[in-house]
Design a protein around this ligand. Sequence first.
Ligand code: ATP
Ligand code: MG
Length: 258
Amino acid sequence: MAKIFCVANQKGGVGKTTTTVNLAAGLAKLDQRVLLVDLDPQGNATMGAGINKAKLTASVYEVLLGMAEVASARQRSESGRFDVLPANRELAGAEVEMVALENRDKRLKDALALVSAEYDFILIDCPPALSMLTLNGLCAAHGVIIPMQCEYYALEGLSDLANTIKKVSVSLNPDLKIVGLLRVMFDPRMTLSQQVSDQLEQHFGDKVFKTVIPRNVRLAEAPSYGMPGVVFDPASKGAQAYIAFGAEMVDRIKLLGK
Ligand code: ATP
Ligand code: MG
């Protein structure tokens, strides 16, 4: 059965999608079977994996509403060598439409259960909100990966997210754990980055991933070519960091006893 991870942070633009897409491709390079679930109506992970969000026949929207199965809605990212359950702006409607449905916070979990055996990892790219969509992601997952920039305000939102995760684990999904905090867009020349990074290590210990993702323009350029950064320019510092992060995740899974 796949290990399922949400990439979540309610703060916008902190590197969730970049992390999800590049971790998926990094794990694929390590011969892991990966499904990426785009749970954001922006559809950025879908596009970043090289799939045209304007031309979807089925998406995670239909899956959440019970109108399609994952097996028929998923597509292949040829560049990334992983599967994608894509999304586009239609998904924004699901928030409201799911309210009337039974088991509304576990719809993604139930849908993924049918394909879980086909994958080693399922990675869920969450939207920048603690919404019903994110709740579906958290209910489906074994763990949460939290990307964060090492800046002063990064720590502020963290307690809201940690509280939400705690509530979900108490009432809805006892499996759920924070797997780790991932430092992204790191700039070693900034003293503040280094200070916040050190503070994170002091406070959160081994909940902070060893891998640090540097700020690297190749990662930002890659989506416009419909490719994960690790495929677009594998030698770049950003790509190398995400490949190392993939290896760190594989190691963590082994420690968890799979
Ligand atoms: P949203 O909350 O809108 O979903 P997000 O948290 O998914 O945003 P991304 O879309 O991954 O964040 O990243 C925000 C912007 O920062 C993008 O333009 C992306 O290309 C850029 N970016 C992300 N990581 C890096 C990095 N390590 N180096 C340089 N640019 C980066
Ligand atoms: Mg995003």
